[in-house]
Write a protein that binds this ligand. Structure first.
Ligand code: GUN
Length: 284
């Protein structure tokens, strides 16, 4: 059996076209969707992610401002800047790029962002709203994963979903979101024994551990949907996921590639959250 490849690149492209149309509508009502990204320091990975976010904003017509602060910026200055944007009625979304320098408390910063502008979906209020199935901003990578699973035309309800990884940004929320869609969810992590005993029962497997080729093909149930969140750079310079792609493709029904799977969806969902905030402003 050879799996159908779920192209995040194609799904993201379609989604961005739809978002562009929505932005045109919102702009015609006199509201310009606006996203602020705050970066402290010069982390090369962060600079590269921000470039992608800027490109997506430009493609869809979302106004984009980067506040690039010095590495030595104090926590108090950063909190003040967030507060200024919290109170700026022309701003829809605020994202503080992580990681922050060690002298700044990440939790304090995330909690300072108004939950109504928290387009990352990292604020505890948004996490709580997600758990209790209220209207909220969903975190971008898990939201993108759900969109990818939905393109495969399976009904999530009643399916066994196994999540490998329990990070606050991906593993935990994606499990919660699949539970909200009525899947039976099992979390596996670094202390789980015999992970393959769980994955062999799984109709949906989401792998987010950050270890190249962690999941072998023989751990996958025939026909399963396999979502690979990992982005690992091999010594050869080649990118690879957390799933052994060639092996897994022989067993899975659907599988996401790396690159071109989950990655392009994350930024697209950030724009989607910003547009959602702007739509609310336009309705006011
Ligand atoms: N750093 C790496 N990924 C992310 C993300 O999704 N949001 C923020 N704020 N920082 C990040």
């Amino acid at each position: 059996m050879s799996a159908t490849i779920i192209s995040g690149k194609d799904v993201a492209k379609d989604k961005r076209t739809q978002l562009k149309k929505k932005v045109e509508e919102i702009r015609s009502q006199g509201v310009v969707p606006k996203l602020i990204i705050i970066l402290v320091g010069n982390d090369p990975a962060s600079l590269s992610y921000i470039k992608g976010k800027k490109k997506a904003a430009e493609e869809t017509g979302v106004d984009f401002t980067l506040e690039h602060l010095d590495e030595g910026t104090t926590e108090a200055t950063l909190l003040q800047l967030i507060d200024r944007y919290n109170n700026d009625n022309m701003v829809d979304g605020i994202l503080v790029q992580l990681p922050l320098p060690a002298h700044i408390d990440e939790t304090k910063v995330i909690e300072k962002i108004s939950p109504e502008k928290d387009v990352d979906g990292f604020h505890p209020i948004n996490i709580g709203r997600m758990m209790t199935q209220q209207d909220c901003f969903l975190p971008c990578t898990p939201a993108g994963i759900l969109e990818l699973i939905k393109t495969s035309d399976i009904n999530i309800s009643g399916k066994n979903a196994v999540i490998i990884g329990r990070s606050n940004i991906v593993g935990k929320p994606v499990g919660q979101m699949l539970l909200n869609e009525h899947a039976t969810v099992t979390y596996c992590h670094s202390r789980t024994k015999n992970i393959e005993e769980f994955t062999k029962q799984a109709d949906i497997v989401v792998v987010a551990v950050g270890i190249a080729n962690f999941l072998p093909g023989n751990a996958i149930k025939e026909g399963a949907i396999v979502i690979d969140v990992g982005v690992n750079r091999l010594e050869s310079g080649k990118l690879c996921g957390d799933v052994h792609f060639e092996e897994a493709s022989e067993h899975a029904g659907h599988i996401t590639p790396v690159p071109g799977g989950v990655g392009p969806m994350t930024i697209t969902m950030l724009i989607s959250n910003t547009v959602k905030a702007a739509e609310k402003r336009a309705r006011k």
